[in-house]
Design a protein around this ligand. Structure first.
Ligand SMILES: [Zn+2]
Length: 316
C-alpha cells in the first residue's frame, strides 16, 4: 500500500535515526521500497528534496564549532578545512594525541601550529601533553598558548585524569582560562553481555572525570566522545554527578536516543558538538536528536564558544 500523499507529491517524509544515512540521502534524493505488514505490498519511502530544503542545507544553516577533531599531518589540514566547509562547520579544534618523548610531543604540537597558521579561519589548536613529563608539560602548555592554541586536547591514557599528576595541569588551564578535553571511556559499569573492555588500564572512566571536576569546579573539563564506543548510557548517568563537567558529542556511534539522553541527564548547556573526524555522523546526530532550536544552537556553537570566550578565543 502507498502511504498517504503529503504535499501533493505522493511521498511520505521518512524520519530515520541514522544521521549519516539521512545526510547522504538528503543530497541524493533516495527513494526505496520497504516491505509492509501487508504481504506482497510495499511502502514507498522517499527522502524529499524537491520543494523542501534538503537536510544538508538545514544542517548547514547552523553555525558550528567542532570541539574534538584531529589533524594528523600538515597536509591533512586542508582536508579538515574542506570537510568542515561542506558541512558548515565554522571552526574545528584539532590535536595530535601521542608522542613517546617530550621531543615527539612537541613536534606533533608544531604540526598543529602549522595547521592553525595555514588555515587560520578554520583550525583551532589543541595542545597535547603527557603529565608524566611534569615540568615539560607545564612548559609546553605555556608555549602552545603563546602560539595561539585555545585548549588542551585530546589528552589520552598515559595517566587517569583524577591522578594527582594532573593537578598542576588543571591548575595551569585554570590560570590560562582554557578548557581541557580528555579521551573518555566506559569500561566500568558496563552491563551489556558480550562486551569485552579493551581500554588500557589508565584510561579515564566517567567516575574519574567526576572526581577531578568536583575537585576543580572552576576548571572547564570536557569528557571526550560520548559516541566513542562503549556504554554511553552509563556515561550519562555518572557524569551528571559533576555539574561543571562538559561532554562532547563525537564518536562514530550514533545510536538512537544517545544525544536525547545526554540532554536529559546533563542538560543542553553541557554538551559540545564534535566530530572526532566522523563529520556526517557528528552533524547528523545533532540534527536528528529531539532538540529545541535553542538547544540545537547551544550544542552546535554557543556552549563551546562561551568556553573559548573566557580567554578571548571565541568565534565572534
Ligand atoms: Zn578519543
Amino acid at each position: 500500500m502507498k502511504l498517504q500523499s503529503e504535499n501533493g507529491i505522493g511521498r511520505r517524509r521518512f524520519l530515520g535515526t541514522s544521521g549519516l544515512t539521512l545526510l547522504a540521502a538528503s543530497v541524493s534524493g533516495i527513494v526505496c521500497n520497504v516491505p509492509s505488514k501487508d504481504e506482497n505490498k510495499e511502502i514507498e519511502v522517499s527522502f524529499q528534496t524537491d520543494g523542501w530544503k534538503s537536510i544538508m542545507e538545514d544542517a548547514k544553516k547552523y553555525r558550528k564549532i567542532d570541539a574534538h577533531n584531529h589533524v594528523w599531518t600538515g597536509s591533512n589540514a586542508s582536508q579538515v578545512d574542506e570537510s568542515c566547509e561542506i558541512l558548515g562547520i565554522t571552526k574545528a579544534a584539532c590535536s595530535i594525541p601521542g608522542g613517546k618523548t617530550v621531543k615527539d610531543i612537541r613536534a606533533n604540537n608544531d604540526i598543529i601550529i602549522q595547521a592553525m597558521n595555514s588555515h587560520p579561519k578554520r583550525i583551532l589548536g589543541q595542545c597535547y601533553i603527557n603529565p608524566l613529563f611534569k615540568k615539560e608539560s607545564l612548559d609546553e602548555i605555556d608555549r602552545c598558548v603563546d602560539k595561539g592554541m585555545v585548549m588542551l586536547g585530546e589528552l589520552y591514557d598515559a595517566v587517569k585524569i583524577n591522578d594527582p599528576l594532573y593537578y598542576p595541569i588543571v591548575e595551569r588551564c585554570i590560570k590560562h582560562k582554557i578548557p581541557m578535553m580528555l579521551h573518555g571511556v566506559t569500561t566500568l559499569g558496563n552491563w551489556r553481555p558480550g562486551y569485552l573492555p579493551t581500554n588500557p588500564p589508565n584510561s579515564s572512566v566517567p567516575e574519574d572525570f567526576v572526581e577531578i571536576a568536583n575537585r576543580y569546579p572552576e576548571a572547564m573539563i570536557i569528557c571526550g566522545h560520548i559516541g566513542g564506543g562503549g556504554n554511553w548510557e552509563y556515561m550519562c548517568r555518572v557524569l551528571q554527578k559533576a555539574p561543571t563537567l562538559y561532554l562532547d558529542t563525537s564518536g562514530s556511534v550514533s545510536d538512537e536516543g544517545m544525544i536525547d539522553m545526554a540532554v536529559k541527564y546533563l542538560g543542553a548547556d553541557r554538551l559540545l558538538f564534535a566530530t572526532d573526524m566522523n563529520y556526517e555522523t557528528g552533524v547528523g546526530k545533532i540534527m536528528w536528536a529531539d532538540l529545541s532550536e535553542s538547544d540545537r544552537k547551544k550544542i552546535f556553537f554557543e556552549n563551546f564558544n562561551n568556553l573559548l570566550r573566557k580567554a578571548g578565543n571565541h568565534a565572534d
